[in-house]
Design a protein around this ligand. Structure first.
Ligand code: SF4
Ligand code: SF4
Length: 381
């Protein structure tokens, strides 16, 4: 994207920012770093100054623009509802055009082009987590035709800490009698990481491949345990007639239809809203309803929840570019979780699970972190 395109697409939006600063206490990066250049207001001022020709792109601006988590919490606190996240992501596209971007992004692009996943593994290894199912023949989850495709996503496919998420989701789907398949090595990254790197123009091949697979399988729905895959498909994939669900929505439906019947669990949990599921996709109630359907479970809310929920630190590719900043945000999240005195934190996202659990371990905290799928499977076993 060049400056003229940025001006055309962003100027009216950024001009809505009246510099009031109401967004500041909502921005985890500003809370962590305390700098105006880390704040939504500061980023908007930079965008406007560049568009108006008062400022030139520079490495300092690159640092500011690539340290946004894309969490959208600023917009939730903003009266004119300035879409700072979208402005920041368009700035990134412009910065990429200037060669000003974290060069680690080039590796991600290469992995996606050559291996179709973010971890540079052979894409056939996507099926590795199925070995943890234990109780079924190899390949039993991969069928040529099915009503539902379970799209696993790169993180849950390749990162051992998150692999129990697809294992539990697949067990629940089987138990509920859903006719589903996974794509195994034929699942390609949804393209979401390219949005955060400022290179969404490179997503086309990935999206076309995944859409073709849905058509070949003849699926009526696709379910995602990853909120970012779900959000990306919802907003960018053209699939008329195919329903897209996040796992929490499908679990909610299964509970309502009596396909799964949770048993009693005497436990107090708090729920962390993943940014791409809650604020960015509007799914707040379904995961809570599923938790409330477990008899004996007590749900206590975090101080910042739903629209005002605080990111875990794992968003916007910040973990890749600035791991220390990501860790600072995760520490704030840990404190908020500890303040609830809950027995465990439940979320509905492999990246939140990884970020929160990793930070807790590094801080030597005995925090129990579960994905909703894990808790539900325990409740119906
Ligand atoms: S982004 Fe919204 S809340 Fe923040 S300074 Fe601008 S107008 Fe105020
Ligand atoms: S999207 Fe999140 S990290 Fe980025 S400016 Fe807004 S509140 Fe801050």
């Amino acid at each position: 994207m060049n400056l003229a395109q940025l001006r055309r697409m962003s100027y009216d939006e950024v001009a809505k920012c009246n510099k009031c600063g109401f967004c500041l206490p909502n921005c985890p990066v500003y809370l962590a770093e305390g700098k105006e250049s880390s704040a939504p207001r500061g980023r908007n001022a930079i965008t406007r100054a560049v568009i108006e020709g008062r400022l030139e792109w520079s490495p300092e601006i690159e640092k500011s623009i690539f340290s946004c988590l894309g969490c959208g919490a600023c917009t939730a606190a903003c009266f004119p509802k300035v879409k700072t996240k979208d402005l920041v992501f368009r700035d990134r596209e412009c910065l990429v055009g200037e060669g000003l971007y974290p060069k680690i992004a080039d590796r991600v692009v290469r992995f996606l082009e050559e291996k179709h996943n973010i971890s540079d593994d052979d894409n056939q290894e996507r099926a590795e987590w199925q070995e943890m199912m234990g109780d079924m023949p190899e390949g039993a989850l991969e069928k040529e035709r099915a009503d539902v495709i379970f799209f696993v996503g790169c993180v849950a496919s390749f990162f051992p800490m998150a692999q129990k998420i697809p294992v539990n989701m697949a067990r629940i789907l089987r138990k509920a009698g859903v006719d589903f398949t996974v794509l195994g090595g034929e699942e390609w990254c949804c393209g979401f990481p390219l949005i955060g790197t400022g290179m969404p123009d490179k997503m086309k091949g990935l999206m076309e491949h995944n859409i073709k697979k849905v058509e070949e399988v003849g699926a009526k729905s696709v379910v995602f345990t990853c909120p970012s895959c779900y959000h990306t498909w919802k907003s960018l994939y053209q699939l008329p007639g195919v329903e897209l669900y996040h796992s929490s929505q499908m679990l909610h439906r299964m509970v309502q239809d009596g396909l799964i019947k949770p048993k009693e669990m005497k436990v107090t949990v708090t729920y962390h809203d993943p940014c791409d599921l809650g604020r960015n996709s509007g799914v707040f109630q379904e995961p809570r309803q599923v938790l409330k359907a477990i008899p004996g479970l007590k749900l206590v809310e975090l101080a910042h929840n739903q629209m005002l929920s605080m990111c875990c630190g794992g968003g916007g590719n910040v973990e890749m570019v600035n791991p220390e900043l990501s860790a600072m945000v995760a520490r704030m999240k840990l404190q908020e979780i500890a303040d609830t005195k809950a027995d465990m934190v439940v979320s509905s996202c492999q990246q939140c699970l990884r970020t929160i659990a990793t930070r807790a371990r590094r801080e030597k905290q005995n925090l129990v972190v579960k994905d909703l799928t894990e808790l539900v499977f325990e409740a119906i076993e």
